[in-house]
Design a protein around this ligand. Structure first.
Ligand SMILES: Nc1ncnc2c1ncn2[C@@H]1O[C@H](COP(=O)(O)OP(=O)(O)OP(=O)(O)O)[C@@H](O)[C@H]1O
Length: 299
């Protein structure tokens, strides 16, 4: 499916040293979707995001982004401690020239679950509350693109789930870019993913596609049937590259690709009346796909 792009960069480079910074980034951010930006520490995520938000100047290359409509929310926003939650949100709207009355402010705080804390000073808020207050302060500005840098960092599991659910609820309202090194989170809430490794963009596309690259083409099969016979049958198949018995009731098998194995294994077993007890593959998640991309670049 073709998407309209709200932000594009061409040859974007900001170098702090020979291998430090970001280099030759051609990024296209689809409008109205949630893009995850992932990469190891020091990969250049913050550098890239702050350039997209207009907070840091690009070195070389071009950035096309809606002027004044891209907002960056840091991982733990820092507000003057004596301001109440409602005052933080009002000030935020004021700073970008948005008119926000009491009703808008209350709505923004309600969205992030802070309605009850509207009149409390934020200095005593927990980390999770401050992160949610940062989101309310961003939402009231009605950004076209909302950039969240590690929005769930340092939160306990329930806090993380709450923030991720909140981000999911914003889908369709604005375009969202989420920087994270927690791939499970990205897999859960993002439509697309961009992977940065040592300042270079090594992948961008739908999350489903990157996970697909990590689909296994090797499995452990467990069956109730005679294992040696199964190894013989598998070895005779043109799509099987290797099959061997590894335990009493277990076969290790490699196929030319994921599809061949996923379709071929159940079919072969069914043809020969052998029950399939389990089929466990490798590389079943985004983490594995990401690691394989990272390793490929290292090589
Ligand atoms: N102003 C600067 N001057 C010099 N080097 C910098 C500057 N800003 C960032 N760097 C370096 O550029 C590289 C990329 O940093 P950046 O903070 O963008 O990475 P990151 O992917 O956000 O990392 P992390 O996940 O650890 O936050 C790092 O090696 C960092 O030390």
């Amino acid at each position: 499916m073709k998407h309209e792009h709200v932000i594009t960069t061409k040859g974007l480079t900001r170098s702090y040293g020979p291998e430090t910074g970001i280099f030759d980034i051609d990024l296209a951010v689809p409008r109205g979707r949630v893009l995850g930006l992932v990469g190891p520490n020091g990969a250049g995520k913050t550098t890239l995001l702050s350039i997209l938000a207009g907070m840091r100047a690009p070195g070389e290359g071009t950035v096309s982004a809606p002027e004044g409509r891209v907002l960056l929310c840091p991982d733990v926003p820092d507000f003057e401690p004596w301001l109440t939650a409602a005052e933080v949100v009002a000030l935020s709207a004021h700073m970008v020239g948005e008119k926000a009355g009491d009703a808008e402010i209350a709505r923004a705080l309600d969205r992030v679950g802070l309605a009850e804390a509207a009149d409390r000073r934020n200095g005593r808020f927990s980390r999770g509350m401050r992160q949610r207050l940062g989101l309310a302060a961003a939402l009231v500005c009605r950004p076209e693109v909302l950039i969240l840098d590690e929005p769930a960092s340092g939160l306990d599991p329930q806090g993380r789930v709450d923030v991720l659910d909140l981000i999911t609820s914003l889908r369709g309202e604005c375009t969202i870019i989420v920087a994270s090194h927690l791939l499970g989170d990205v897999q859960r809430i993002c439509d697309d993913v961009a992977v940065l490794v040592r300042g270079r963009l090594v992948y961008q596309g739908p999350v489903a596609d990157i996970a697909d690259r990590g689909r296994p083409n090797a499995w452990y099969l467990r069956t109730h049937g005679p294992v040696d016979r199964l190894v013989g049958l598998l070895t005779a198949e043109p799509w099987v590259t290797r099959a061997s018995r590894v335990e009493e009731d277990c076969v290790h098998l490699e196929a030319v690709d994921a599809d061949s194995g996923e379709l071929g294994i159940p079919r072969l077993l069914a043809e020969h009346g052998m029950p399939l007890v389990s089929m466990t593959g490798f590389q079943e998640d985004l983490e594995s796909a990401f690691l394989s991309l990272t390793n490929r670049t290292d090589r």
